[in-house]
Structure formats: structure tokens, C-alpha cells
Design a protein around this ligand. Structure first.
Ligand SMILES: [Zn+2]
Length: 189
């Protein structure tokens, strides 16, 4: 995976979102929050997620969109089904993905986390390309942000239990954890 330079993953598409602001003073990246999204749910590769995160989703294009268009949300990264990565915000700034949330007794996870969206649904198996790309990125983030521990990669459902269910029952945590360990070991210095 490409390195992180000035908060941006090298070699991936950039689509800057207006839904971003500064992290509070003193906050860095100490957590990765995994989400899923697809618009409409279960339909892939239509670039509607990219539209949502840049406030360009047409609320009239699908009945489901009326409820989410204008939500002013974002994530740092989207990983599509084929592993294609788009970055919407630099990791040094705060994306708006976790909402009301708490990790290890600390509220407001957006302040100190990177948000990564996997194109998908809670119950649909994710693709090998998504796991491999996600794990490589997590390993790179651990190197770029020393306060981020490899185990501090969690689901939205972990930081907003009862309110959020993503990445869902289909997400294979043991697979992700072993892949992150693998990429941390093989990563050249
Ligand atoms: Zn989520």
C-alpha cells in the first residue's frame, strides 16, 4: 500500500469533502472506525456514496436518497467492492462519520479517529479486495500515526452500540486482524 504523506494516502483518488473540520487541539489519530454504506442499499459502483460525501446526492434520484441527502456526513476513505479507494478528507482533519459515540470511555470518536467506509451492507460478505486493501491501509496508518495501535480498529457498532450495526454480521474480524498483523510484518521500512 502507498504511504501517507501530509495526511493523504498516495496513489488513490482524492475527492475533497466540505464536511470536515479541524480536530480539537492535541488530538491525533488513535482509532479507526469501520463502517459500511451503499446507496441505494445493496447496489454498488454507482458513485452515489461519493455524491453523498460531497453534498451532491440528488434526493429525487431514488426514494431512499431523500432521507440521506443533505445529511452533511463524510468519511476519510471509501473502499469499493473491487478495492478501489477514494479519500475525502486528510487524516489530520476530522471527518464526520461516527456521530454520538464512545471508545474506551472517551466520547466523540470523530475527534481522534479515521473513518473508513466499506461499500456494502451488514449481511453481505465483503470482498477479498476490500479486506486486503483495508488491512494494508490500517497497517500504513499505524506507521504514520504512532498513537494508533493495531488493535484500535473497531466497528461503528462498537462505538455506537444499539444505535449503529455496521459493519455488520458479515464482517470477518479475525480475518481483518490477521491481515493487519501480516501487513505490519511484511511492510518494508
Ligand atoms: Zn457507520
Amino acid at each position: 500500500m502507498n504511504r501517507v504523506v501530509d495526511g493523504w494516502l498516495q496513489g488513490v483518488a482524492r475527492l475533497p469533502t466540505p464536511n470536515v473540520d479541524d480536530r480539537p487541539a492535541g488530538e491525533s489519530v488513535e482509532l479507526v472506525v469501520i463502517h459500511n454504506i451503499s446507496l441505494p442499499p445493496g447496489e454498488y459502483g454507482r458513485r452515489n456514496v461519493q455524491a453523498l460525501f460531497t453534498n451532491a446526492l440528488d434526493p429525487r434520484a431514488h426514494p431512499f436518497f431523500a432521507a440521506v441527502a443533505g445529511a452533511r456526513v463524510s468519511a476519510h476513505l471509501l473502499i469499493e467492492r473491487d478495492g478501489t479507494v477514494t479519500q475525502f478528507a486528510p487524516f489530520d482533519r476530522r471527518a464526520w462519520h461516527a456521530g454520538v459515540s464512545e471508545f474506551d470511555g472517551r466520547p466523540r470518536c470523530n475527534d481522534f479517529s479515521v473513518g473508513i467506509e466499506l461499500e456494502g451492507t451488514d449481511a453481505t460478505p465483503y470482498t477479498s479486495a476490500q479486506y486486503e486493501t483495508l488491512a494494508q491501509i490500517a497497517a500504513e496508518l499505524c506507521h504514520a500515526y504512532p498513537m494508533l495501535a493495531p488493535d484500535a480498529v473497531v466497528g461503528h457498532s462498537d462505538v455506537a452500540p444499539g444505535r449503529k450495526s455496521d459493519p455488520g454480521i458479515a464482517f470477518d474480524w479475525p480475518m481483518l486482524r490477521s491481515l493487519v498483523r501480516y501487513f505490519l510484518e511484511v511492510r518494508p521500512a
